[in-house]
Design a protein around this ligand. Sequence first.
Ligand code: SF4
Length: 375
Amino acid sequence: MNKKISYFLDDFELNDDNSLGIYIHVPFCEKRCNYCHFFSRALKPNQIEKFFEALLFEIEYYEKIDRNLFERTFVDSIYFGGGTPSIVKPELLKSLIKILDSKFNLKNPEITLEAHPKSFVENYRDKNDLFFNRLSLGVVSFEEKELLSLSRENFGYSALILAKELGIENVNVDLLIGIPGQNLISFKKSLNIVCQFDNVKGISIYPLEADFVEPDEIVLELMSYSEEYLDKMGYLRYEIANWAKSDFFCRHNLKYWKYMNFLSFGPSSSSKIGKRRFKRSSNLDDYLDKKFSLEEDIELSEKDLFFEKIMMGFRLMEGIKVSELKNKFDERLVEDFLIKIKKFDELVKIEKDRVFLTRKGIIFMNNFLVELMPD
Ligand code: SF4
């Protein structure tokens, strides 16, 4: 570890409280999917054991340099993401929760396990295996042909049945749209299957990116169908790609969108504490050898903080509270922003204390957000 990290502990004002989210990045998959942009590598023998040793070392290192952070915060969410955390045997992840419990102030945390349906079915057979209270299943689609076009096997349905049998009451299902060969009929089938499970409390729908994307019209059509259908099924769209039953919005992801504090462990993972954003190096071999370094370490200026707050907040359907912006940021920054958005009245709306994107704004957000950057 070659860089001292200081967390600006007096600077928790960007959080509404001293809560902290913990993210653990498990950087392995059974095999890599060619459309995926997350950091992970195909698992090789003995890497998991080495990874956990390094992870523990990293957690202890943070504890040594900033015990204060551990003491002054309470942890209300823990998220195992990846990669494929479900590739790891449950006992190991269970023991990690015990370690986190001994070091942080855990306060009734939401604990999410991201899972690939195949490894979930292989590794989770027993109620004693459950150390999490939210399961996020990367189903992608239930259609054989669509999965084949992405070189994925079809375990989504079996994984949902198993989750039900195990009594997991908070399941989130990820689906993709824009898969080659996908159409409204096949997508309707996938959505319909998901909604038959009453323990599916959340659904995420993401467009497949880059060169695999079909013409945008189909993505828009499927997105608009999702909105109509999921609304009828009692799911609320609370973020541009996320729906959930009320009281089941993902606490951990809300930390990102509300621009709160989160501390991450594992290669290539990013953290934000107060004004500081830092990212662990993506070199897996170095990480496994406990040679840690940071790939990015930035003290954000007030303008950066403001812009990032806007970018993340606009992902939420409820948008951002103007009064919150006024409380936390320089008055001129807020006033300039409110003047600038007037140019985009079809894309951004202000209602009472909220500023949020319209449906059209959501579609074009990547094209115009940059124009809202503070001068
Ligand atoms: S299994 Fe998931 S994380 Fe791993 S490469 Fe495929 S899409 Fe990416």
